[in-house]
Design a protein around this ligand. Structure first.
Ligand SMILES: [Fe+2]
Length: 307
């Protein structure tokens, strides 16, 4: 079989089941905006407010690699970081760059950028009345939550491998299964450290409420990552998670993914998820079996306490 050329965008026809997104006028097939936008004083202030709030909460909760990345990238200089400056540093460390996009981009375009070590980053920033929740990833979620870990060589390697895995997910028409892996690792992953569990998922790192809930609440399950199992597990996109998956190291994360031939998974899974977000299995290595109280009381929609 011909080796895949990852410098060419994968083909995604209308036969592949994916969410339809309307591309804004003037953008090419890569969905990239020509430059980072210019942020006004109020927008920089939103970044500074969120940055300070998260830094206070994440002390003793986020993994060391995250703090090391922030420092290397000089993200505490104040205001939304200048992508050009960040890219000079990031590129010299792991070869990754940040590229501005206007909104969520289609899966096949996302895979294409990751496979080539480019991280698509929301160009806009949330409004002051959206500090706690925003549907589409903005520059705070993307740059603060995702980019620092791209300075870690093992994590950087995993992200590229994840992008390359997209070609096979498209071929088998199982994008949702691969998205679940991203969700439970890159967005909501926890990592063991000598000092205890720590956060590395960007969805948690960029959320004040979930930074505490993910580690300390009694509701959610905390389970060791099993790639096959996670790719069969449903997830909630608009509320605190019912299960978090834990890794020992980024090297382990890369190995678990790299060693598992996804063909076997795609050939053996159905069109919908096999396990509910709250499920625990006999085969799970469980750190915490959650009470699920928060979800059972109706979650965010019922204003339930995130306990
Ligand atoms: Fe994200």
């Amino acid at each position: 079989m011909k080796p895949i050329d990852y410098t060419v965008m994968p083909c995604s026809s209308s036969d592949v089941f994916a969410a339809k997104l309307q591309k804004p006028a003037g953008l090419g097939d890569d969905w990239l905006e020509p430059t980072q936008r210019h942020y006004n004083v109020e927008e920089h202030r939103v970044w500074d407010h969120l940055y300070k709030r998260q830094m206070d909460i994440l002390k003793g909760r986020a993994c060391d690699q995250f703090f090391s990345g922030l420092k290397q990238l000089d993200f505490d200089a104040g205001g939304v970081p200048d992508f050009n400056k960040s890219n000079e540093i990031l590129k010299s460390i792991t070869g990754w760059t940040i590229v501005p996009v206007p909104m969520l981009i289609p899966d096949h375009v996302f895979f294409y950028h990751l496979a080539n070590r480019r991280f698509p980053t929301g160009n806009f920033i949330r409004k002051p009345d959206q500090l706690d929740y925003i549907e589409e990833p903005d520059v705070f979620h993307d740059a603060f939550g995702h980019v620092p870990l791209l300075t870690d060589p093992a994590f950087a390697h995993y992200m590229e491998a994840y992008g390359k895995a997209g070609w096979k997910a498209i071929q088998y028409n199982h994008l949702k299964a691969l998205s679940a892996l991203y969700w439970y690792t890159v967005e909501f992953g926890l990592i063991n450290s000598e000092a205890g569990l720590r956060i590395y998922g960007a969805g948690i790192l960029s959320s004040a409420e979930e930074s505490v809930f993910a580690l300390e609440a009694k509701s959610p399950n905390r389970i060791h990552l099993n790639v096959d199992r996670v790719m069969r597990t449903d997830y909630k996109i608009d509320d605190l998670q019912q299960s978090y998956f834990v890794i020992d190291s980024f090297e382990e994360l890369f190995k678990l993914t790299e060693e598992r031939p996804f063909d076997n998974i795609y050939q053996n899974i159905g069109a919908s998820f096999q396990y509910a977000p709250s499920a625990t299995l006999d085969t799970d290595h469980i750190y915490t079996r959650g009470t699920q109280e928060y979800a059972l009381r109706g979650g965010h929609a019922s204003d339930a306490n995130p306990v």
